[in-house]
Design a protein around this ligand. Sequence first.
Ligand SMILES: [Zn+2]
Ligand SMILES: [Zn+2]
Length: 84
Amino acid sequence: MNRKLSNWERLKNDASYKFAEQEVYKRDKCCRICKSVTDLTIHHIKSRKEYPWLAADEDNMIVVCRNCHTNIHRSKHSNRKVNK
Ligand SMILES: [Zn+2]
Ligand SMILES: [Zn+2]
C-alpha cells in the first residue's frame, strides 16, 4: 500500500489515459502491422521513459497485436547492439 507508484503506473490508471487508449483502439481497430484483430495492445512510438509527456498522446500511440509488439521491442534492442 505504501509503495510509491511511478509516473507511468499512476498515468495508466488515470481516466484521461484510459480515454486516450480507447480512442486509439477506435481509430486503428486492428494491429497496424499485420491487421490482426485479436490480442491487441498499445505501443508507444516514442518510449514512455524518454518522452513521458507523450505517454497519453494519441498521435504517439498505435494499436498492435502482442506478437508484433514483441517484435517491435526486440528489433529495437538488436538495433542497439549492431549500432557501430
Ligand atoms: Zn500484429
Ligand atoms: Zn511498445
